[in-house]
Design a protein around this ligand. Structure first.
Ligand code: NAD
Length: 346
């Protein structure tokens, strides 16, 4: 466990088990320097505890960087629940997770992520107040995440293709969940040509038929010749193997931790594929949750989410000036902001 903590520079990693409900969960707090650590809860059938540990630590780090880049008064944390292999009561499991969140006394605030639904968070909320984005506060972050990624896509198109109009743009989308399916709909309304995939072929094919998009098998998405590749499923999908297969001009996606390692950012740069950092693109949900809890109205929330475009433009300018990948540039800026916060607190 300490190896993972050191590699990802996470401050705390908490383990929770409840033999009655079958809960096996991990909560990682990367940093609380800028505020309480907010981050969603994943519910996935991890192959083993080590995979869950690595995922939660990398995700928690990404949340600190995301909040720092978006200028939010939040730290970074994340939770993962390992889906039980035996039959289980989903409501009881999430209530048990709620007790785990409560035990951290508000230093960690949970929210939705891959594999969790608002109904799950409603169960969590019966055991703790430290949950955002459930029926009680009426804020679903996913539409705002999609809006932020869409804004980032427009900025990237200006930059890489010298165009603002998305009509006729060929976009390949990996993952059609809460965020990916909304992006597919927005892009279809804008007249883009879509190729999509999802592990759930039935769901993916239905959506593709509705949007007049082409559906391909999950592994084929990397080879689709397209203008933009949008990873909206899980992390670690950009590695030496997949990058070599890509036939695209840019990558703008919602998925957290898309790069398997920072070397892969360099590889993308060599291949002249513009990569926009995931935690800059996908901050819309986090921004919306924070401003909603500050009681700000929806119009202002939308404006602030669209400001992701400005953040990205500045970032791309800086990266170009210093001839580094935008991923490396974003890490440098976020690390500096966290360092400054620590200095101020000392
Ligand atoms: P989700 O669970 O609703 O959807 C993920 C989809 O991806 C599912 O339909 C799943 O079947 C599909 N999928 C998984 N692996 C795949 C693969 N290898 N190939 C093709 N499809 C695959 O999750 P979501 O809420 O839409 O989030 C998607 C990503 O965006 C996640 O990485 C999440 O952490 C990130 N994210 C989400 C939000 C949000 O507001 N929901 C905010 C920030 C970041």
């Amino acid at each position: 466990m300490f190896v993972t903590l050191e590699q990802t520079d996470v401050a705390e990693l908490h383990q929770f088990r409840d033999p009655v409900t079958g809960l096996r969960a991990l909560i990682a707090l990367h940093s609380t320097r800028l505020g309480p650590a907010l981050g969603g809860c994943r519910f996935l059938p991890y192959p083993d505890e080590n995979a869950a540990e690595v995922d939660v630590c990398r995700l928690a780090r990404g949340m600190s960087f995301k909040a720092a880049m978006a200028g939010l008064p939040l730290g970074g944390g994340k939770a993962v629940i390992i889906e039980p292999t035996k039959p289980y009561d989903r409501a009881a499991l999430f209530q048990s997770f709620g007790r785990a969140v409560e035990s951290l006394g508000g230093r960690y605030i949970t929210a939705m992520d891959a594999g969790t639904e608002m109904a799950d968070l409603d169960q969590v909320a019966t055991r703790t107040d430290h949950v955002w984005g459930y029926s009680g506060d009426g804020m679903d972050p996913s539409p705002f995440t999609a809006l932020g990624v869409y804004t980032a896509l427009k900025v990237s198109c200006e930059r890489q293709l010298y165009r603002q109009d998305l009509a006729g743009l060929h976009v390949a989308i990996q993952g059609l969940g809460h965020v990916g399916r909304r992006l597919a709909m927005m892009l279809s309304w804008a007249g883009a040509r879509l190729t999509v995939t999802d592990l759930d072929a039935e769901h993916g094919q239905k959506l593709a038929a509705r949007l007049k998009a082409e559906f391909v098998a999950p592994d084929k998405i990397y080879e689709v010749p397209c203008d933009v590749f949008m990873p909206c499923a899980l992390g670690g999908i950009l590695n030496a193997d997949t990058i070599a297969r890509l036939d695209t001009r840019m990558i703008v996606g919602a998925a957290n931790n898309q790069l398997a390692s920072l070397d892969d950012a360099r590889f993308l740069q060599e291949r002249q594929i513009l990569y926009t950092p995931d935690y800059v693109n996908n901050a819309g949900g986090l921004i919306a949750l924070t401003l909603h809890h500050q009681k700000l109205g929806n119009e202002l929330v939308r404006r602030k989410v669209k400001a992701i475009g400005r953040t990205l433009r500045h970032l791309l300018n800086d990266a170009e000036r210093l001839r580094v990948s935008p991923a490396i540039m974003a890490d440098r800026i976020a690390e500096q902001r966290l360092h400054d916060a620590q200095e101020r607190a000392a």
